[in-house]
Design a binder for this molecule. Structure first.
Ligand code: NAD
Length: 339
């Protein structure tokens, strides 16, 4: 679908690579400059048709591989609708001197709330209780009690203490949880005291927490960070929550550990392959709650992300600059490049 009426010679073209909701399309069309045409791709045929002439690429969940960046002859800017940039080929974009911007922090509250919902729901077997009533007509009033726990006053370990990790920490204050974190970047003692958190090394945090919640980006340092050895360090009654990226957990190892009866359960919003295959083993386990990567997907978060993205695109296409160059994730790599 083309937002502008006609594509004139001097008009700029933005290509939205992912199939997004009608409401998101409207929000983008309302906020992009009227001098810009927008094409919303429905499939890879649309990519093929438009990628060579697009000036800006918008990516939501699919990301952009080297192969597609190479085809984008006229591209001067790539905007990610969200924070995670693990599936955008930054090396190729930098080689082509294309700045890539993301929109971090704007969906932190949504993702943090989702993490807390999963903690509560796994501890209380909420989805199982619902499914037994609706699908089997069974009332598990007493059966679930022996395996149900409160979140209040528990020890929660946050792996990654950036925007989302800190937002989870803020929300958990109401539950009076004892919060520790592990991050490659350690805060000052004063900041830790102000936030009411303590730093632990990774294995100690995993070993001592009732809830382990993941909030790191997926990169070479975090791939399969939660492996079999670390899963076996967790308390037998602990809960594992992942709303960051699937690749941070070794999913086969998680299946084996859960299947063996260890852990109260896991709450997962993200997976190594998305959408998951129909026969994904994790979906067969009663103590796992799966959601389809909806952590950041609220109206409030999407509006904020789209507003930021459109501001960036309008600015790049009108004066060649971003309002805030700190939004460029490959800034260092581009070095002398001026957009
Ligand atoms: P952020 O950059 O603010 O925080 C990430 C933190 O991880 C930083 O403090 C960083 O120092 C730390 N870190 C990086 N590598 C590490 C390592 N090897 N070991 C320990 N710590 C490490 O990012 P954020 O906004 O908090 O988002 C975190 C991730 O959540 C994103 O990268 C994205 O993949 C994911 N996310 C998911 C959704 C969703 O819908 N489920 C939405 C938004 C973001």
């Amino acid at each position: 679908m083309i937002g502008g009426i006609l594509m004139g010679l001097n008009r700029k073209k933005v290509l939205c690579l992912d199939s997004i909701s009608k409401r998101m399309e409207i929000l983008i069309m309302e906020q992009l400059s009227k001098e810009i045409d927008i094409v919303f791709c429905k499939d890879k045929k649309d990519w093929e048709k438009h990628i060579r002439t697009a000036n800006v690429l918008i990516t939501f969940t699919h990301g952009i591989s080297k192969e597609w960046i190479e085809k984008a002859d006229d591209c001067v800017f790539i905007q990610k609708l969200g924070a995670g940039i693990n599936n955008i080929d930054l090396v190729e974009a930098s080689k082509r001197k294309i700045p890539v911007a993301n929109a971090p922090g704007l969906n932190s509250t949504a993702v943090a709330e989702h993490s807390v919902i999963l903690m509560l729901s796994v501890f209380k077997h909420l989805v199982t209780a619902h499914n037994y009533i609706v699908h089997k007509g069974e009332w598990l009033k007493t059966q679930l009690r022996d395996h149900s726990y409160q979140l209040s006053y528990k020890k929660v370990g946050l792996i990654g203490f950036g925007n989302i990790g800190r937002e989870v920490c803020r929300l958990l204050k109401g539950f009076e949880c004892e919060i520790s974190y592990y991050d490659t970047y350690r805060l000052s003692n004063e900041k830790e005291a102000e936030l009411g958190v303590s730093y632990k090394n990774l294995d100690k945090l995993i070993q001592e927490s009732d809830v382990v919640s993941l909030h790191v980006p997926l990169n070479s340092g975090t791939y399969h960070l939660v492996n079999k050895e670390r899963l076996l360090l967790m308390k037998e009654t602990a809960v594992l929550i992942n709303t960051c990226r699937g690749g941070v957990i070794d999913e086969d190892a998680l299946y084996d550990v859960l299947k063996s009866g260890r852990l109260t359960g896991a709450g997962l919003d993200v997976f190594e392959t998305e959408p998951i295959e129909k026969d994904n083993k994790l979906a067969s386990l009663p103590n796992v709650i799966l959601t389809p990567h909806i952590g950041g997907g609220t109206n409030e978060a999407m509006e904020a992300v789209i507003q930021k993205a459109c501001l960036n695109i309008n600015s790049v296409l009108s004066n060649g600059k971003l309002p805030n160059e700190k939004d460029i994730v490959n800034f260092n790599e581009l070095q002398s490049c001026s957009i």
